[in-house]
Design a protein around this ligand. Structure first.
Ligand SMILES: NC(=O)c1ccc[n+]([C@@H]2O[C@H](COP(=O)([O-])OP(=O)(O)OC[C@H]3O[C@@H](n4cnc5c(N)ncnc54)[C@H](OP(=O)(O)O)[C@@H]3O)[C@@H](O)[C@H]2O)c1
Length: 238
């Protein structure tokens, strides 16, 4: 059983399709209910067990109501946090309005927190689950993360990375059965990434599927490598 926020389009939809092809029941959560249902219907037509649900992840009350709406489907094995919005291209730190800051942080960071709050306690109780946050290179404190600009977006993804790191530590890096990781899909051809991006949404979703299904093999220190930032199935620095 998998819930994919941002599952109605782009990388989230590609991840939902991939998880569905692997046999999971998938719930596609999007802001626009009709689009989420239409996307789920397309997966169903291809033989996938899928449900579409509208839920604005920036609305804490709406996300808190999700488990009730999901019923038995709330017993989630895999939670993919892909819902995201890009900031205005000109949104530098000193050129960002309060509403733009709240719009981007409210979805990309707060939305991930609300979804985790709603669905991860059950995973912890069941001592089983995977949480995969779709982050971005732009949120890193290294490499491409250091260039400035797109302030609300970069800060939201840096915050998302911190949220992942913190939660993973609180869940003892997988020792309580729940693996929590962030991943960077790289620049993909979606509504956000644009038509000229070098990767397909499916290529962007590959590491999500890998994280969702990899065997929890302990590393040399006896711990499963988790609480990390991944790109192309490899760990990259935060
Ligand atoms: N594309 C890239 O090159 C790229 C690169 C690095 C990271 N990322 C990250 O990858 C993730 C997916 O990006 P994408 O390119 O697939 O974006 P996209 O094609 O624009 O799709 C965005 C998805 O997020 C959903 N969403 C947005 N705001 C929401 C809200 N408030 N509540 C619920 N759902 C909401 C949308 O739902 P509706 O359809 O209802 O609007 C849609 O399903 C994002 O977190 C993005 O930051 C993307």
């Amino acid at each position: 059983m998998a819930v994919v926020t941002g599952g109605s389009r782009g990388i989230g939809l590609a991840a939902a399709r991939g998880l569905g092809d692997l046999g999971a029941t998938v719930v596609l959560v999007g802001r626009d209910h009709e689009r989420a249902v239409a996307s789920a219907d397309r997966l169903v037509a291809d033989g996938i067990d899928a449900v579409g649900l509208g839920c604005d992840v920036s609305d804490p009350a709406a996300v808190a109501a999700l488990p009730g709406r999901l019923g038995p489907l709330a017993a989630v094995d895999v939670l993919v946090l892909s819902a995201g919005v890009m900031s205005e291209r000109t949104a530098k730190t000193l050129r960002t309005s309060t509403s733009e800051w709240r719009r981007v942080l409210g979805t990309n960071l707060d939305g991930a927190f609300w979804a985790i709050s709603a669905l991860v306690p059950g995973m912890v109780e069941r001592r089983s689950g995977r949480v995969i946050a779709v982050s971005a290179c732009l949120g890193r404190f290294t490499g491409p993360g250091l260039a400035g600009g797109l302030a609300p977006y970069r800060v939201s993804k840096a915050g998302l990375n911190a949220l992942v790191k913190n939660l993973a530590a609180e869940l003892q890096e997988g020792r309580r059965g729940v693996l929590v990781d962030a991943m960077c899909p790289n620049h993909c051809r979606t509504d956000m990434g644009g038509a000229q991006a070098p990767r397909s949404a499916e290529e962007g979703a590959d590491t999500i599927l890998w994280l969702a299904t990899r065997a929890p093999v302990p590393g040399p220190d006896g711990a499963v490598p988790t609480g990390l930032l991944w790109e192309d199935r490899a760990v990259v620095p935060w």
